[in-house]
Write a protein that binds this ligand. Structure first.
Ligand code: GLC
Ligand code: CA
Length: 514
């Protein structure tokens, strides 16, 4: 069962590089996050996920960890991060760090040792073949970079050698079984890192590429799941309040492997992509965008529900599905959608079961910018630009000079800022505040209350129940109805609904009825 504090939790994801710079060097820092905790709390978010903030050569924005127990100096010191934990906790905010279990940087000390010709404690910490001209089968691999006469397997980019959690059914001598002592040592090293941060006050982890650990795993991820069940056992015994969210996007497997939450990710063609990003992951296409929340599209909520409802029914008693507005790997929804569309989309995401995540800047409708790659970001770079706080210098992100900034700020004259959004009672920011305040007030809108669909027919109003509340949605520009009798008090309203034996929704309407 998932950690009990998740029942009424809404996360805010922070890409630390781009959130708030307090010393004018052009890059966000821990002190900046501390200074903005009250702002985050004012949104209705009561937990953070901070992208990797460890020492790193930053060839993949920090997902290439050089030292798991030391923070990157550009963000501050370990003590600054411990202070962040304390300041967050004072405000009732929990903090998840990003755990990268599948690979390290090629500059990690373990890897340097592993590359040596002489056998040592780290020889099998990574996956090596037996000869400098032997490939690693279907795994990507690198040769010619070490004194050891072998090649090593990669987990992602060239800079990220795969840690060795073994092979489910080894077929070659260099493939170790998942219970080999050296492979079990990798697992213990992972637990040691988790203990380190949890005992310094962090509340859990977002886990990077959680399904990637055991190689040649079966469809049910038996091998990788065994690792996570073992980790869960350690957490249950030593840190029972700790929570983990998986980057896996297969909740029936992830939640059974011991995760509290699993993200529903933006995989092209997936149900989630059909809500706000009905285009290829790398950019817009010429095809008409039929995202469900596009007002002029020809969207169909069934593309989402067909996948989501199966997962929901299967997992509702064991853990949570996490819906996100966006993340650091995904185009911001604002790429194709306007704030009026986002108000309805977010209202939906924040009234669904499970534990939602708001990506920094999405609350003000920050744009996706077309930029060249930075730190291995490629197309993702456009979703990683500095947070826009005020109309002032560098939009309030940094007092440094413009060319020192981690990435440029949005130069559009109408770039939204927290300042401008706060001044407008009807803004996207204030809509986020309203819906999250309501979620905290009404238990039926939180993680656990039962979801029941009342009408999901294409072209009609989409109507569902959360506990005793009825929610009706019409993102389109047409008036729609549904043959569902709804009566009661409207406690949240965008647009206009007419209740009765049949519910009627004006264009672009979202209502909650009690
Ligand atoms: C995950 C991260 C992504 C990173 C990759 C490799 O998908 O979210 O940003 O590049 O893993 O660690
Ligand atoms: Ca700084």
């Amino acid at each position: 069962m998932a950690a009990t504090w998740l029942k009424d939790t809404v996360f805010y994801e922070i890409y630390p590089q781009s959130f708030y710079d307090t010393n004018g060097d052009g890059i966000g820092d821990f002190n900046g996050i501390i200074e903005k905790l009250d702002y985050i709390k004012s949104l209705g978010c009561n937990a953070l996920w901070i992208n990797p903030c460890y020492d790193s050569p930053f060839k993949d924005a920090g997902y290439d960890v050089r030292d798991y127990k030391k923070v990157a100096p550009r963000y501050g010191t370990n003590n600054d991060l411990y202070r962040l934990f304390g300041e967050a906790h004072k405000r009732g905010i929990r903090v998840l760090l990003d755990l990268v279990p599948g690979h390290t940087s090629e500059e990690h000390e373990w890897f340097r040792q592993s590359q040596k010709d002489e056998k040592n404690e780290y020889t099998n910490r990574y996956i090596w073949t037996e000869f400098c001209f032997q490939g690693a089968g279907d795994l990507n691999y690198i040769g010619g970079e070490s004194e050891r006469s072998a090649t090593y397997a990669l987990n992602f980019f060239k800079c990220q050698p795969a840690l060795n959690y073994g092979f489910l059914n080894p077929t070659e001598p260099w493939q170790l079984p998942i219970d080999h002592p050296d492979v079990l040592a990798t697992r213990e090293a992972l637990k040691d890192i988790m203990r380190f941060w949890l005992s310094h006050g962090c509340d859990g982890f977002r886990v990077d590429m959680a399904a990637s650990l055991v190689k040649h795993d079966d469809e049910k991820k038996t091998g990788t799941s065994a690792v996570w069940k073992d980790v869960r056992k350690m957490l249950d015994e030593e840190f029972p309040d700790a929570a983990m969210v998986a980057e896996w996007s297969e909740p029936p497997l992830a939640l059974r492997a011991g995760y509290d939450m699993d993200f529903y990710l933006n995989i092209p063609g997936s149900g989630f992509a059909s809500l706000m990003r009905d285009y290829p992951v790398y950019g817009k296409s010429d095809k008409k965008d039929n995202s469900y929340f596009k007002k002029d599209g020809d969207g169909d909520i069934n593309r989402f529900l067909d996948q989501y409802m199966d997962w929901y029914e299967d997992t509702k008693d064991i853990g949570y599905i996490s819906l996100i507005t966006c993340n650091h790997d995904t185009n911001r929804a604002r790429y194709t959608m306007e704030p009026d569309e986002l108000k309805i989309a977010y209202s939906f995401l924040f009234t669904m079961p499970g534990v939602p995540f708001l990506y920094y800047g999405d609350e003000i409708g920050m744009r996706y910018l077309e930029l060249k790659t930075k730190e291995g970001g490629y197309f993702r770079t456009g979703s990683r630009t500095p947070m826009q706080w005020t109309k002032g210098k560098n939009l309030g992100f940094s007092t440094g000079c413009e060319d020192s900034l981690y990435l440029p700020v949005d130069s559009a004259p109408d770039a939204p800022t927290v300042e401008s959004e706060e001044a407008n009672p009807d803004s996207l920011l204030n809509t986020v505040r309203k819906i999250l305040a309501l979620r905290h007030k009404e238990e039926d809108l939180q993680a656990d209350a039962e979801l029941k669909i009342l009408c999901r027919e294409k072209g009609k109003a989409f109507v569902f129940k959360r506990g005793n509340l009825t929610i009706a949605v019409n993102p389109s520009l047409k008036e729609v109805s549904a043959p569902v009798s709804v009566d009661g008090e409207v406690i949240y309203e965008i647009g206009k609904a007419t209740l009765g034996s049949e519910i009627k929704l004006a264009p672009q309407t979202f209502v909650i009825v009690k």
